[in-house]
Design a protein around this ligand. Structure first.
Ligand code: PLP
Length: 499
């Protein structure tokens, strides 16, 4: 299996190269040149395996340049016992006859990003052994809150790597900020950005493809890679849990093998829902993919009209990990819907860069609207949904609530009774303030960890140990910089950390 760039089909690299490089030199994203197919028999066989077994099967279809031993080592390490709480790793909670909530946040940082970012360091260090000549890998991350922490935790003290994370100063929850600023490890560095996530992501992409900076790093024996969801090594682990959730629905009798399901995903950078799309492309029986957004609803409009227009106000919401106007991974979807037309993708991405908008029409738009449904909701509706779900016996975080609300609207509009999986992307304890607000239990006098205790008192949901232990950890990182200063911060950061 080789990988093309979405902006140049002449580019063909192995999966190890795609994972080490992160992004193609032309600014495009790496995509598999074809999708391996999961037959009915194959899905039946996966149903008999546990999560680790399913992950090994699916990864080996894509990472054909990794040996079986290498895949075993990577997957066993990432999902070893104890890391994700329950043994099923991605826990499917049935909330009614046909709906399951797929809790993807039982990993070490309490957000779904762990599902991929616990595995990526293994995939990357294995890839580096195949493709590089002893260079140190330096990872640059732009985060809307959860990726940063999950990447830091995944890469901390991993030999041969350094990692630097940029987060929007005013755009993350206080727990997310605390998680990052107390990060342990000798090879890590964290910096706030005076701006929003898009500013951080644009800055990182620019530095990443700047040959001058690449040159300076090379002189110092370093090489860039990315832990953002533009990295193929982030996406392939995410395909696994959709297939696995399908298998769990079959084994629990919610559906029969071959029945179709809907998948609802609270969306920001379009990575998680793209993984669901790739599962569909592999033959997983999917009816609709439902893309849920908060008030930053650029994707809702895109799915409804084919027009992507980022020229609009940016809102800071109570679901901050979805506060994004430029969803990077949409590029991969459009590449696929266009039949792999890299010239077309290059044109519209350059339009996005210069005009901030583009429009897909005809066949591409028809394929998009046949499979995808989109919806959005604001903070008031998000809180109402948290309250309603809690009254029904289920506590969810703000992002998951956006997904649930958009799904309820979809049901009301379509009456579509297809069994449905809703991706639950974070622990409610990461967003205590907003969740307590929703439950009418907040009090401005309470400190951050009082709120954690209060949410436990109200809900009885066990407090994740990883969050509770932050209380005693000192703040290690408190620097901030502007978008223009990022370049300098990166160079000094990487040349200084870890000696
Ligand atoms: C990252 C994140 C999202 C958005 O996922 P994308 O892959 O960027 O679309 C949603 N919810 C939470 C809690 C997240 O951390």
């Amino acid at each position: 299996m080789l990988y093309n760039s979405t902006r140049d089909n002449a580019v063909k690299v192995t999966s190890a190269e795609a994972i080490t490089r992160g992004i193609s030199a032309d600014g495009g994203l790496f995509v598999p040149e074809s999708f391996p197919q999961l037959s009915k028999d194959c899905i039946a066989a996966l149903c008999k395996k546990d999560y680790i077994g399913r992950a090994k099967e699916i990864l080996s279809l894509y990472l054909t340049d990794y040996t079986e031993e290498e895949i075993d080592y990577c997957v066993n390490g990432a999902y070893q016992k104890g890391k994700f709480g329950s043994e099923d790793v991605a826990h499917l909670v049935k909330t009614d006859e046909t709906t399951g909530i797929l809790e993807l946040w039982h990993g070490p940082t309490c957000a779904f990003k762990d599902m991929a970012l616990q595995l990526l360091p293994y995939l990357l260090t294995t890839a580096v052994k195949k493709t590089c000549k002893g260079e140190e890998i330096v990872i640059l991350v732009a985060t809307s809150g959860d990726t940063g922490k999950a990447a830091l935790e995944g890469f901390k003290d991993v030999e041969g790597t350094k990692i630097m994370v940029f987060y929007p100063e005013e755009g993350v929850s206080s727990m997310q900020k605390r998680q990052m600023c107390t990060q342990e490890g000798e090879n890590v560095c964290v910096c706030a950005i005076k701006g929003n996530f898009d500013d951080a992501q644009t800055g990182v992409k620019k530095i990443f493809t700047d040959p001058r900076i690449g040159g300076i790093l090379a002189q110092n024996g370093m090489k860039f890679s990315s832990a953002n969801s533009i990295n193929w090594g982030r996406l392939v682990p995410q395909v696994v849990y959709y297939v696995s959730a399908y298998c769990d629905m079959v084994t629990s009798g919610t559906i029969k093998l071959g029945d179709r399901i809907n998948i609802v995903v609270p969306t920001g950078n379009f990575g998680n829902i793209l993984a669901a799309y790739y599962a569909y492309k592999m033959g997983l029986p999917v009816n609709r993919l439902i893309c849920a957004s908060n008030k930053n609803n650029v994707l809702t409009d895109f799915i409804a009209t084919g027009e992507y227009d980022r020229n609009r106000d940016f809102y800071t919401t109570i679901s901050p990990s979805m506060d994004i106007l430029i969803s990077s991974n949409l590029e991969r979807l459009i590449y696929d819907l266009s039949g792999g037309d890299s010239d077309y993708v290059r044109d519209i991405m350059s339009k996005l860069n210069t005009d901030g908008c583009y429009k897909v029409t005809g066949d591409i738009f028809n394929k998009l609207s046949a499979l995808f449904a989109g919806g959005c909701c604001d903070d008031v509706q998000t809180k109402l949904t948290i309250r309603e779900m809690f009254d029904g016996g289920y506590l969810c975080d703000t992002h998951t609530a956006v997904g649930i609300k958009v799904y309820k609207d979809y049901l009301a509009q379509t009456g579509d009774k297809t069994p449905t999986v809703i991706a639950s992307t974070a622990s409610p304890y990461k967003f205590c303030d907003s969740v307590l607000d929703a439950l009418g239990k907040n009090n401005p006098e309470m400190g951050e960890f009082d709120k954690v205790d209060e949410l436990f008192r109200v809900s009885g949901l066990p407090i994740p140990q990883a969050l509770e232990s932050l209380k005693a950890k000192p703040i290690r990182f408190s620097k901030s910089c502007t978008g223009e200063e990022m370049e300098k911060a990166v160079l000094s950061g990487f040349l200084e950390i870890g000696g």
